[in-house]
Design a protein around this ligand. Sequence first.
Ligand SMILES: Nc1ncnc2c1ncn2[C@@H]1O[C@H](COP(=O)(O)OP(=O)(O)OP(=O)(O)O)[C@@H](O)[C@H]1O
Ligand SMILES: [Mg+2]
Length: 216
Amino acid sequence: MIDLSTQTALAYGGHQVIFRHPDFDDRVIKVARKRIPRSWHFGRNKSRYGPLRDWHRTTNEYISMLSKTGAHCPRIPRQYGFEETSMGPAMICELFSGPGNTLAPTLGDMICQSHTDIGFLDEIRDDLTAMFDDLIAAGIEFEDLNPRNIVVTQNAQRVRLVIVDGLGSPALFPLTTFGARIFKKVMTKRRDTLVGQVNMAINKLEDQQELIAINT
Ligand SMILES: Nc1ncnc2c1ncn2[C@@H]1O[C@H](COP(=O)(O)OP(=O)(O)OP(=O)(O)O)[C@@H](O)[C@H]1O
Ligand SMILES: [Mg+2]
């Protein structure tokens, strides 16, 4: 049993609280939040998995990837199973860290921060496309397009995006079951939505810099 009563959470999501694993620096512990959002109150999976329904989807998607490719895709966290904690059952997975031993910033942080430079956002946009190529190649579904579910890591100064939440599909017949062409088409549409959000942040920054240049 892991005691979390004296630990400070690294982050709070809408459904989960995130802690660093006390025994493994490179792993996070995810526990379900007590408050259960309304969306969990219906469907067959609610009765089987309750508030842990999303873990079922994530784990399912992970196994599906292993079965399709036989290998871990580095665009998603490695899964290390489950443990019991003082806050209830926990899912253990790979931690992506940022500067100064913090959690890696999310894509949402990056596109909201007005001080982010345009070159960096350009790199993020390029890697988004590469990330979707990798997901399509590994047949990984990713339903929740929220930019807070994607973290931006930097390895040897190279930007690399990773999806930390929202894996798998809640649909009865997930996209991947309809065939590779439809899957690719829908994933490309999702990629374009996210790229559009990064482009908006770039445009905003360009406008701001233009205004500053005019006023000086
Ligand atoms: N493996 C990880 N590595 C680094 N940071 C992570 C990881 N998992 C989660 N985080 C951070 O914690 C936050 C919340 O995690 P997560 O999205 O899994 O929780 P959630 O409650 O399911 O979120 P949501 O609000 O999308 O329902 C993320 O936005 C991210 O900042
Ligand atoms: Mg999330």
